[in-house]
Design a protein around this ligand. Sequence first.
Ligand SMILES: O=C[C@H](O)[C@H](O)[C@H](O)COP(=O)(O)O
Length: 225
Amino acid sequence: MTNIKNDLYNTLNTLVSHHTVIGIGSGSTIEGYIPYLAKYISENELAVKLVPTSMKTERKLKEAGLKSTDEIDRIDVTIDGANQFTDDFIAIKGGGGSLLREKIVGYFSESIVIVASDNKHIEELHHITLPVEINAYMHRVITDMIEQTLGISTVLRKKEGEIFITDNGNYVLDCFLPDISDPSLFERKLMAIPGVLETGLFTKHINQIISFNDDEIKTLYKERL
Ligand SMILES: O=C[C@H](O)[C@H](O)[C@H](O)COP(=O)(O)O
């Protein structure tokens, strides 16, 4: 392991212990983290429960020899990636289309720890693309309603020319946002539209951000009030 990978591995000391129930996020960063998690669990002979936030993550856990479950009554910590994050512990997620399950797992967690390369850090929520999971049924009407209500433009996500379908059988609308001055209010307005199932805007529960580049790793902790 290079030093930086070693440092990332060492962060597991503070996150995972015996009987921890861990939400495991989606995306390439977390997929890269899973082998270290597997090594850490096996070296320390830990009995943990792992709750994946996507079918792909479930496959990756299986490949690393780890079992998944969603039959749990609590989640202690969720370790997840992000497309963007701010110093205010807000993250934009869903670039890979796993936002609904990530939101469910994250919001039932005691805390969310974001692991992301430091080039995903943004100062303000300006000019961002926010993924929103919407119902496939009447998606055109839902899209029009989103655009009119919020005065924004959107694009229905496609993959290889076909409409992208989430693990839950829904569509993803990528919303272009010039500026969000009040993220919680913005999210409430979006979620009030019937057919909007979830947004990739994470404004709560994140209380640690581990950001890294090739040379260093930085951890930002949210103060508990
Ligand atoms: O839907 C995907 C998730 O929100 C990912 O956590 C996010 O897109 C970051 O992925 P990556 O680590 O591949 O940049």
